[in-house]
Design a protein around this ligand. Sequence first.
Ligand SMILES: CC(C)(COP(=O)(O)OP(=O)(O)OC[C@H]1O[C@@H](n2cnc3c(N)ncnc32)[C@H](O)[C@@H]1OP(=O)(O)O)[C@@H](O)C(=O)NCCC(=O)NCCS
Length: 165
Amino acid sequence: MNRNTLQEIATIEKETFGKGVTLDTLGSILKTFKEGLLVLYKNKTTVGYIGWEKHLFQKFPPYNHNWTDFHDPEGKLAYISIITVQEQFRNRGYGSQLLSLIEEKAKNHQCTKLYCPVNKKHPYLNKGVLRFWEKNGFTITGETLWELAPGHSIDSYIFSKKIKY
Ligand SMILES: CC(C)(COP(=O)(O)OP(=O)(O)OC[C@H]1O[C@@H](n2cnc3c(N)ncnc32)[C@H](O)[C@@H]1OP(=O)(O)O)[C@@H](O)C(=O)NCCC(=O)NCCS
């Protein structure tokens, strides 16, 4: 994955949420866990991407964080930290495809669970994001404070899915 792709992901993330994932964060994913970032392309256009890491115990790193500090190669819990599909490609199954790909990868790593925090005030929550997670077998299993930016934490739902073997 080249720097142009990382720059494109940072731009899409900023356009989608009004805040950006830094190139340092994205770079740290690839440096720490090569399988931690997956990008779907269509005719060389980036359709969407998903980022994940492994933890030993359930935790919720800040939105921008250094993967090296949190990813545990021995971890069996698969933490999804980013998932976005570009607007023009939404509702065509690509988001579900990204989740399936990560579930398969997590299985190869003998993970037992996938989990992800979702902002309770997520701009898309009532427009379908809840439905998206539920449709893919995730349920709300708790709540957490999730740090979006230094000094700015948000109430979030924890969506989880047990991995079946
Ligand atoms: C959430 C997201 C990744 C889903 O990707 P996707 O490719 O649209 O998902 P799929 O096509 O696999 O599934 C679509 C389902 O989710 C629902 N959905 C998800 N997001 C939606 C949205 N923004 N608007 C309308 N419906 C949405 C649809 O109702 C649909 O359900 P249905 O098949 O029963 O009609 C994508 O909408 C997105 O990137 N949204 C903005 C960023 C975001 O919210 N990221 C997730 C952070 S938790």
